[in-house]
Design a protein around this ligand. Structure first.
Ligand SMILES: Cc1cc2nc3c(=O)[nH]c(=O)nc-3n(C[C@H](O)[C@H](O)[C@H](O)COP(=O)(O)OP(=O)(O)OC[C@H]3O[C@@H](n4cnc5c(N)ncnc54)[C@H](O)[C@@H]3O)c2cc1C
Length: 532
């Protein structure tokens, strides 16, 4: 069963325990830390208030189900759950198994003035699925029983899925027929295809397969104003595209019940490679040239010097890292070196050509190719990093991230400003913050910027939450000041809503509000999310 207060499954063994050297490294940076006490499930269940909804065969009012659907995976969600005080709970949870059942639930909600929260994997990190305080009862509609590949049109390479199909379910059902969707967000294990569309998700190999916007070809959406069936076209110039109305609307317009997605035959070959550069500046110019030359890589990730160092230390340091660093220093990539991981996916010939071209373009900037060993390590742990949060938490440290995307002309400055503003956000308490950054989705026009920060938990949950608030505000304000989008991949939810007007403008926000009201005049669908 999914963990009620953390990442992953109760049964799996994937928790990362920090090695002694990793712990010593963190202590050196941030000081000794003490973990906060976790509330037990029983203690937390005792705080779930009575439901405002009566028993009904359409949904469950079981307190444990309501608790398990009360919060997502953001740091404030963790703090709320682990303190045993999630605060607000849905009044009921339903698990429809078909579009018709979704429709029935929506009609019921409409007739009884119940607010509705569409729920995919609950992996939101921005407060998307948390109930808000209000008079109306709240029904969370969990889509995960709609988890089947319903149809595969091999000629057109279109697959129709129930919207609650999780990443592993998508890939295993497609693989049986020789296909892949290729959408691999780091939350892949638990997140769903409907959630990806509703939050405009981006997967690690978006350079080959595209973001979810490019994969989402059409589907079925149940709204409080009726059903919308969006047909699939390879392309269209017939006015505004209805798919765009639903991409990123975070459950505000309706419930996506079926997703038609563009799929691809399984690749013949795939491999990941690591190159070190002597400096961030040299790496940036090489990578920009590669992406602007449209070299067909499937993923690119560039860690800055702090992240490179942190990764090598958290990986355990030790003699293997010492040998690697000695070799890199001899080849000119000493202190200040940065790590570039890239992937090639496709036919063997395509991969050979793309890999060769990328390595050739790294050379003039001092790129040192270390082959596939570190690339294999990245591949092995690509979905494991979220478990590291458990190891850090148990040692008394909290971790969170901020991300944006910005045009190339502003990338170097934005990385500096966002990272340093976050690192300084607790200076008034004399508290250090360890912040580090990578670029993980590179485009000819610009790049995403992803900053991770680790800090010590305070004495209490409330004080730790207050620290997070300062860090979030520092990161978000820096992003807005630099002219970046408030989110490249995590979405808006509640945590970013106040920053959205900076990029949409007054008229833009009014237009989105008008769209929401068109489908949901009484504002029952996931109210309080997306719009400020
Ligand atoms: C450890 C971790 C790593 C992550 N890495 C990435 C990453 O690499 N890339 C990335 O893009 N995101 C990432 N995320 C964020 C998150 O996983 C994505 O936003 C994901 O798309 C959410 O999918 P979900 O199914 O869990 O949706 P939920 O969290 O359940 O819901 C998200 C939003 O979508 C709405 N929604 C869900 N399903 C439907 C539906 N069927 N119809 C209408 N609305 C719906 C909800 O109402 C809510 O507003 C990460 C999160 C975590 C915790």
């Amino acid at each position: 069963m999914k963990r009620w207060n953390g990442w992953g499954d109760d049964a799996n063994e994937l928790d990362y325990e920090l090695s002694a050297s990793a712990l010593a490294y963190l202590r050196g940076l941030l000081g000794d830390a003490s973990p906060l006490r976790d509330a037990t499930l029983e203690e937390t269940l005792a705080r779930v208030p009575a439901s405002r909804l009566p028993e009904h065969n359409l949904y469950s009012i079981d307190p444990e189900e309501r608790l398990r659907h009360a919060r997502g995976q953001s740091l404030p969600d963790w703090l709320a759950l682990r303190s045993g005080e999630p605060g607000l709970f849905p009044d009921a949870v339903a698990w429809p198994e078909s579009s018709e059942e979704v429709r029935t639930l929506l009609l019921h909600a409409q007739a009884h003035q119940i607010d509705v929260i569409p729920y995919g994997g609950g992996t939101s990190v921005v407060g998307h699925i948390n109930p808000r305080a209000g008079e109306r009862p709240v029904l969370t509609i969990d889509m995960t029983r709609m988890n089947k590949l319903m149809h595969l049109d091999k000629q057109s390479q279109l697959a129709t899925f129930g919207a609650g199909t999780t990443g592993p379910q998508v890939e295993s059902q497609l693989a049986e027929q020789g296909y892949t969707l290729g959408h691999f967000p780091q939350s892949w294990e638990l997140s769903t295809i409907g959630g990806w569309v509703a939050s405009r998700s981006s997967g690690q190999q978006s350079m080959r397969y595209g973001r979810i916007e490019q994969m989402f070809a059409g589907g079925k959406i149940e709204t409080l104003n009726g059903t919308l069936d969006i047909p699939t076209f390879p392309a269209t110039s017939a006015g505004p595209d209805l798919r765009e109305f639903f991409l990123g609307t975070e459950g505000r317009l309706g419930i996506i019940s079926e997703v038609k997605a563009r799929v691809t035959p399984l690749p013949e070959h795939e491999s990941f490679h690591v190159v070190f550069f002597p400096s961030w500046e040299k790496a940036l110019s090489a990578l920009r040239a590669i992406v602007q030359a449209r070299v067909q890589l499937s993923m690119m990730r560039l860690s800055n010097a702090v992240e490179t160092d942190t990764q090598l230390r958290l990986a355990g340091g030790g003699s293997a890292v010492a040998v690697l660093e000695k070799y890199l220093a001899l080849r000119g990539a000493g202190d200040g070196k940065v790590m570039f991981t890239f992937g090639v996916t496709g036919t063997r010939a395509q991969c050979k050509s793309a890999r060769g071209l990328a390595l050739k373009m790294c050379k003039p900037s001092g790129g040192v190719n270390t082959g596939t060993l570190l690339g294999k390590k990245w591949e092995h742990s690509r979905f494991r990093s979220p478990y590291l949060r458990h190891g850090l938490w148990d040692a008394g440290y909290a971790v969170d991230t901020m991300e944006t995307a910005i045009d190339w002309v502003r990338v170097p400055e934005a990385v500096e400003i966002i990272q340093s503003d976050i690192a300084a956000a607790l200076a008034d308490e004399g508290e250090p913050v360890h912040a580090f950054t990578h670029l993980s989705h590179l485009y000819p026009q610009g790049s995403s910027i992803y900053t991770t920060y680790v800090f010590r938990c305070a004495q209490t949950y409330a004080e730790t939450h207050a620290r997070w608030e300062k860090l979030k505000a520092a990161g978000a304000e820096a992003i807005v000041r630099c002219g970046g989008t408030i989110s490249h991949q995590h979405g808006v939810g509640t945590d970013h809503a106040q920053y959205l007007p900076a990029e949409k403008g007054e008229l833009g926000i009014a237009a989105i509000d008008g769209l929401v009201r068109q489908f949901d005049p009484a504002q029952q669908m996931n109210p309080g999310k997306l719009l400020p």
